[in-house]
Design a protein around this ligand. Structure first.
Ligand SMILES: [Mn+2]
Length: 330
């Protein structure tokens, strides 16, 4: 390690301080939580005082991991301590927590587009997870790898690599995972805790909604819907629809999905997803909504059958640009 190694610089600055606040982005995922808590356990091993604060509560799949119950859910802090460590946030606003800026901010991230908002900034686009960077920092601090640190590093890497599907994986990633196992991490147990966290109602709802899926445009558009009666029959809530809309896209021939969720009788929340160049934000825009090219949403009122036909026609226009000038839509 050289003097220019950001880890060495950050380790030296952390060693010189005693009271820390650690935070991460809104709606924290396992990499956010794992990075925060691995760092917290390491600093506490050095006798430091640490608060971990997030705007939103941890995901249910993380609730049994060590230290998760100590995370403070708040939208502001009064005292930023002697340093604020911000995990995987492109800018400070991403934390959703007010009162951090007066502190000495340490910015650790592995995403492109980071604004270097910290007094110290360490951005490694090649890291498989922010948790992998925290592992390297813990090493630089000379803190022995405890089970509590290792299980959070491993959870961060497992989830951020999509269970080792994505390309930011390096040989170092596997070295880190090997050392986590040496520290007592049981990979199948971590995977079960993270991924086997569905409720029965959610599984039944996925089955019912997908079973009733309709297709349009020669099978290229999938149409999903759920109303209050179906939620009740499954013992599920609207929260249980999270991620459901992505399922049809795993079928090679399906290029776009529209999902109608009943908010009140005749009042629907509409989510749209697409692959590649198909712009569903243009579809949502016609109905007063918006979003990104491949993921957008809006509200709509009316009979479900009518709305299904109108949205399918509007999506088809985006798929086949030649239709744009002729098809009556909206
Ligand atoms: Mn991440």
């Amino acid at each position: 390690m050289t003097d220019t190694d950001p880890r060495a610089r950050i380790a030296a600055e952390l060693r010189a301080r005693r009271r820390f606040v650690i935070t991460s982005h809104v709606r924290p995922d396992a990499d956010a939580i794992g990075s925060e808590l691995a760092m917290a356990f390491a600093l506490e091993a050095l006798g430091r005082t640490v608060r971990v604060v997030n705007l939103d509560p941890p995901p249910p799949s993380m609730r049994d991991f060590p230290g998760v119950d100590r995370i403070e859910v708040t939208d502001r802090i009064e005292d930023p301590g002697e340093a604020v460590i911000v995990m995987e946030c492109g800018n400070l606003a991403r934390t959703g927590v007010a009162g951090l800026d007066p502190g000495f901010v340490v910015n650790i991230d592995h995403h492109p587009g980071n604004t270097n908002f910290g007094a110290l900034n360490w951005i490694d686009l090649g890291a498989a997870a922010c948790g992998q960077m925290v592992f390297d920092l813990v090493d630089a601090l000379g803190v022995p790898l405890s089970y509590e640190i290792a299980v959070h590093v491993y959870a961060a890497i497992l989830t951020d690599t999509g269970s080792f599907h994505y390309s930011a994986i390096s040989t170092h990633t596997f070295d880190v995972c090997r050392r986590c196992m040496d520290a007592g991490v049981d990979p199948p147990a971590v995977a079960r805790r993270l991924y086997d966290s569905n409720t029965l109602g959610r599984v039944k709802l996925f089955g019912a909604v997908l079973n009733a899926m309709e297709l349009a445009a020669d099978g290229r558009i999938a149409i999903l819907s759920v109303d209050k009666a179906l939620l009740a029959a499954c013992g599920a809530s609207l929260d249980d629809t999270d991620g459901l809309i992505n399922q049809p896209l795993t079928v090679q021939t399906i290029q776009a999905v529209v999902f109608f969720k009943e908010h009140a009788p005749g009042d629907w929340r509409v989510s749209l997803r697409s692959k590649g160049a198909i712009d569903v934000s243009a579809v949502a825009g016609r109905f007063g909504g918006g979003g990104h090219r491949n993921a957008s949403g809006c509200s709509a009122e009316g009979r479900l059958a009518d709305l299904q036909a109108r949205f399918a026609a509007s999506i088809l226009e985006q798929m086949d640009p030649a239709r744009r000038d002729t098809a009556p839509v909206g």
